[in-house]
Design a protein around this ligand. Structure first.
Ligand code: URA
Length: 242
């Protein structure tokens, strides 16, 4: 529940102050009744009209999905492939916060809050994302130094990345490690590895900001808690200052 003027402003009709004027002028109806009293509270179930026009009002929803492989992050696909949002049971018009490749699994945020989405994916906000990378080949000390400095691949610059928990399988010439990046460019991890001459065998996002999917099965999802959303926004603002 929130104040009527805030709801009208959030729906993008006008500013909060203008909404107060409209309410005072008797131009706002809630459930068919004119409301002139300031400060009444409404919810997503109330029907609100301003100047006779219905206000499209959607409660904001925030989810984390443990994205399985073999689904896509756009909502329409010409090839008819499964969309990641199909795993989430909601009537809200949700979309994914940024993208993971078809064959990448792991933490994927979904919401109907466009402003939140922009804040999470805008390059200037630098939210940390941690990936578990399975690589064909073995990362060297020199590669790790290059990743720390940032890498250019096909004219695209990928900034500072951190390698942790490297384990090596010399017999099969493979390794596994956690890579933290602070941007979210297309195919970023795969391109960074390509730049070093390696191919990614498997990619799983362990963490996005403060959000993880440790105990969740692939395809499982949950709503984010309000404090988690708040913390994500705080982290984005914090990253902006760096
Ligand atoms: N980097 C990639 O290369 N692919 C992803 O899906 C995510 C990050």
């Amino acid at each position: 529940m929130e104040r009527l003027q805030k709801t009208i402003a959030k729906a993008g009709i006008c500013s909060r102050r203008k909404a107060e004027e409209l309410i005072a002028q008797g131009k706002v109806k809630v459930n068919g009744e004119i409301v002139t009293e300031m400060g009444i509270k409404v919810s997503g179930n109330d029907v609100i009209e301003v100047n006779g026009n219905l206000v499209e009002f959607q409660e904001k929803e925030y989810y984390v999905l443990n994205k399985p492989k073999s689904c896509i992050c756009s909502n329409n696909d010409e090839k008819g492939r499964t969309a990641a949002i199909q795993y989430i049971d909601t009537k809200a018009r949700i979309f994914t916060v940024g993208r993971l490749d078809y064959d990448t699994s792991g933490v994927l945020l979904c919401t109907n809050d466009g402003a939140f989405c922009n804040e999470m994916i805008h390059p200037k906000y630098h939210l940390p994302k941690i990936y578990k990378v399975n690589l064909q080949g073995i990362l060297t000390e020199d590669d790790i130094k290059k990743l720390k400095k940032g890498i250019i691949f096909e004219k695209e610059k990928y900034s500072y990345a951190k390698v942790k928990n490297l384990t090596v399988d010399f017999v099969r010439n493979r390794c596994q490690f956690e890579l933290t990046i602070y941007e979210g460019k297309n195919h970023q991890v795969k391109n960074m590895m390509k730049a070093l001459g390696y191919e990614v065998r498997r990619l799983h996002r362990i963490q996005f900001g403060n959000i993880r999917v440790d105990d969740m099965a692939f395809g499982q999802y949950r709503r984010l808690k309000p404090y988690e959303v708040k913390e994500l926004k705080r982290m984005a603002q914090e990253g902006r200052k760096q």
